[in-house]
Design a protein around this ligand. Structure first.
Ligand code: MEV
Length: 440
């Protein structure tokens, strides 16, 4: 068993890596075969290059939720998610809202920001007189990088220097970027890194700044807190239209209970986290399917949920005096439909084509609407039947597959378990009894 660091592991071939790992760790003896069985026959080189030390591929379901009507365009929304019920819930909510006007979205902005952090003992106001000159110096320095982005309608929109509150001598140079249809992480980080040297030089070559001593650059990096890249998606219907989700409640009782559940997620952090997780069930599934960075979208979403000092729900519900039920979700959403993995990963490319090659703005609307669809379905289940009913249907299907049930046995089991508790033992017993009956 290994008791020292594996040197030069990344330089080994895949085969050598596997041999090395078998030597060094207690791994299953069929480790190489199991890895090999999930490699892609034709395009493995492509997948290998997405990351490092790739040994195989990790499969997740690529599902679809049809009937999404968003800003009066119809979509079949690709969703990559491992959790049962999420795609079914999104699909059910999508068809319901399609019949009730669909999702209406607003993009509040698409700016992204990045920072060069630096240490300097001078007063912020001594920079005012030089700020225009500094900005031009920095813009000139990155002109070769921004030229292409400018042709696509993007580029640098604003540069400012902001002292960090309560931290004397720590500053951020904040740069606002428009990145057109790309998520823009590489573009932003390249610009910021290119600006570091000229920024430093500027401080060292102006006496008005130099008199306060050395300026030291700490780091340059984009911010994933994309508060200027925001989308709102909304749905509304008369309360009387909510019948399909009201179960044994009247539509008025359902709407009131639903709103209360939404309000609880606005008041209480423990509930808000689960509530928002339900939103990300839908949003992440679209973000992943389209080859976007779900960690970035999640991080921004959660920080946005906590922007007032307490973590709260991202969505809210309102019932108006004219008996209209309204629900809306606002969240930051930095997405791209070009660049990154979006056109490189064959299924991300397909997902984007399925959506009609949308702009980044449209994809923001789609991913947020998927989030709202899942949120609506989840809360509707919670205030009526509970979520386990839906889960159990899929649980039953998984158990039947494990037992290698035939199609005919599956249909019989679905009937039988309609009003019985599903468990691994109950499913096994059902199949044994049925097979015995048929054979006798
Ligand atoms: C499960 O993946 C998501 C839910 O817990 C969301 C919610 O509670 O609102 C059902």
């Amino acid at each position: 068993m290994m008791n020292s660091v594996l040197q030069g592991f990344s330089k080994l071939s895949r085969k050598e890596k596997i041999e090395k790992l078998l030597d060094a760790y207690h791994l299953p003896s069929d480790f190489p075969n199991r890895l090999a069985s999930y490699r892609h026959a034709a395009q493995q080189d492509l997948f290998d290059d997405f990351s490092e030390n790739t040994l195989s591929n990790y499969f997740l379901p690529f599902g679809v939720a049809p009937n999404f009507r968003i800003d009066d365009q119809w979509y079949v929304v690709p969703m990559v998610v491992e959790e049962s019920s999420v795609v079914a819930a999104a699909s059910r909510a999508a068809s319901f809202w399609a019949k009730n006007g669909g999702f209406k979205t607003t993009i509040h902005g698409t700016l992204k920001k990045g920072h060069i952090w630096f240490k300097w003992n001078g007063p912020g106001k001594s920079l005012n007189a030089l700020s225009q000159k500094l900005n031009q110096t920095l813009l000139d320095a990155v002109a070769p990088i921004t030229a292409n982005m400018e042709k696509r309608g993007g580029g640098i929109k604003e540069i400012s220097i902001i002292p960090l509150p309560d931290q004397p001598s720590i500053y951020q140079l904040e740069v606002l970027f428009e990145t057109a249809d790309s998520m823009g992480a590489n573009f932003i980080n390249s610009c910021l890194e290119e600006m570091k040297e000229p920024l430093k030089k500027f401080f060292h070559s102006h006496d008005a700044l130099k008199q306060y001593g050395e300026m030291e650059i700490i780091m340059a990096i984009l911010s994933n807190f994309t508060t200027e890249c925001l989308v709102t998606t909304k749905v509304e219907c008369p309360i009387s239209a909510l019948k399909p989700f009201a179960a044994n409640l009247s539509t008025e009782q359902f709407a009131e209970k639903f709103k209360l559940a939404m309000d609880i997620a606005g008041w209480d952090t423990s509930r808000a986290v689960t509530h928002n997780k339900g939103i990300f069930n839908g949003t992440d599934a679209v973000v992943i399917a389209t080859g976007n960075d779900f960690r970035a979208v999640e991080a921004a979403g959660h920080a946005w949920a906590a922007r007032g000092g307490q973590y709260r729900s991202l969505s809210k519900c309102n019932i108006s005096a004219d008996n209209m039920f309204r629900m809306e979700l606002t969240m930051p959403m930095a997405l791209g439909t070009v660049g990154g993995l979006t056109r490189l990963h064959p299924l991300a490319k397909l997902a984007i084509e399925m959506l009609g090659n949308p702009s980044a703005r449209k994809l923001m609307s789609i991913a947020a609407s998927a989030g709202l669809a899942n949120n609506f379905s989840a809360v509707a289940s919670l205030v009526t039947t509970g979520i386990q009913k839906g889960h159990m249907k899929l649980h039953l299907s998984n158990l039947l597959n494990t037992e290698e049930a035939s199609q005919e046995e599956k249909s019989a089991a679905e009937q039988y378990f309609q009003n019985k508790t599903v468990s691994a033992k109950a499913v096994k017993d059902f199949l044994i009894n049925r097979r015995q009956q048929i054979n006798s």
